[in-house]
Design a protein around this ligand. Structure first.
Ligand SMILES: [Zn+2]
Length: 407
């Protein structure tokens, strides 16, 4: 069988599977798997292992390190998510591709967005339908087709499915770092943009928590003994807010404030949480310096202790020559009937940013088309799933045949 026949057969087969794929998407999306919902994540993990096994692939559970978070009393708590899942084919091959996407969603246990609903014949609304359960399907079905029709030749691949992307992949980052050097390039299955455009460069993203501890006192009897943590935190976040510099691409969002109690008591604890996005490494370093200065100055105030936690979980991702080569290969893998790809920068971060930082060039929006991510109106165009999977089959087939890009 010539590769061209094989490709045609693979593409016909994928098209014939479309009704089953749509049904599978509804079932996967209705398994709640919020990043902190370890019971739901384990259920999703079990389902993924069974469905991958159906195509002859073994998803190996791979334990991750513990995650540290600042809890509501300002203390550091440690918890463990479920294992990441890793499948490998021909791991000894000289040329290897890394494919990855997450199986956690932003919809935690308490969310009441749990069911899917068909908006029309192709558009499905539901939790995680496009971010990233639709992407999980594109990846699995592309790999199934490439193995079923023997199109992978001598190339090896590794698939990583991680449970913590929506909280910045604190636990799976080490796995990505370790795997980055073992592969030639990466393919990630985050959703493409609603109009079909794909992401080129990404801003860096950091999450920080500022914990202010003061001293409590009776607000009427001895207010002078108190050190009001809320008031100091307000001043601190006011200064942090002034680090916003839209012209330079730096945006800071103070997203959450916790603290306080009875109104006749000076509050001794206040916690502020913020997210920042930056364009490049120098803006990142600049922001970190200025934030530390603000915190250090506040910490010098008598009677207070001010602590800073967190950091940048995703470095800025830029497009270098190697990334451009993969972009060209993705463009070449499109069916002639599909419109040309538009590449667009975004402020959003993902695991593609980490992999690029660890030295693995990648394209990270190979998932289906959809929109309203992270909201109760999240939707996916299910008609885009099979064409996306088919294009990955073409891309990997071209790579297996030794097309000159990326060596
Ligand atoms: Zn995602």
């Amino acid at each position: 069988m010539s590769p061209t026949d094989g490709l045609r057969d693979a593409s016909d087969w994928l098209r014939s599977q479309e009704p089953a794929i749509k049904e599978q998407l509804v079932q996967w999306a209705e398994i709640a798997s919020g990043s902190h919902d370890t019971v739901g994540l384990q259920r999703m993990s079990n389902r993924l292992r069974a469905d991958w096994q159906h195509h002859g692939f073994t998803l190996q559970p791979t334990p991750l390190s513990a995650i540290q978070e600042v809890a509501s009393q300002g203390e550091i708590v440690e918890w463990k998510s479920v294992d990441a899942l890793v499948a490998r084919q021909r791991p000894g091959a000289a040329r290897r591709v890394l494919l990855a996407i997450h199986f956690d969603t932003v919809y935690e246990q308490e969310s009441d967005f749990k069911q899917c609903q068909w908006l029309d014949a192709d558009r499905l609304r539901g939790p995680g339908v496009v971010d990233a359960k639709g992407g999980l399907l594109v990846m699995m079905w592309a790999l199934a087709a490439i193995e079923k029709f023997d199109l992978a030749g001598e190339i090896g691949w590794t698939a990583i499915l991680n449970p913590d992307e929506e909280i910045g992949s604190p636990a799976s980052a080490a796995l990505f770092q370790q795997q980055a050097g073992l592969h030639d390039f990466g393919l990630l299955f985050e959703p493409c943009l609603p109009d079909g455009a794909m992401v080129s460069q990404r801003k860096g993203s950091g999450n920080f928590t500022i914990v202010v501890r003061g001293r409590s006192a009776h607000s009427g009897r001895d207010p002078e003994d108190g050190r009001n943590a809320i008031v100091l935190l307000s001043q601190v976040v006011g200064e942090v807010d002034r680090l916003n510099d839209p012209h330079a691409g730096t945006t800071v969002n103070v997203g959450r404030i916790e603290g306080g109690g009875p109104l006749n008591r000076v509050p001794d604890l206040a916690i502020g949480r913020l997210n920042v996005r930056v364009n490049d490494a120098s803006a990142l370093a600049d922001f970190e310096n200025r934030l530390s200065q603000i915190v250090d100055q506040a910490n010098e105030r008598e009677g207070f202790e001010v602590r800073l936690h967190g950091g940048f979980h995703a470095p800025p991702k830029s497009v270098d020559d190697r990334t451009r080569e993969i972009q060209r290969a993705v463009e070449a893998s499109l069916d002639a009937s599909e419109p040309a790809i538009r590449w667009q920068p975004t402020g959003g971060a993902c695991d593609g940013s980490k992999l690029a930082f660890y030295g693995l060039p990648n394209v990270d929006t190979l998932g289906p088309r959809g929109g309203n991510l992270h909201s109760p109106d999240e939707w996916v165009d299910t008609a885009s799933i099979v064409p996306k999977a088919t294009s990955i089959v073409r891309l990997l087939t071209a790579y297996a045949r030794g097309d000159k890009w990326m060596c």
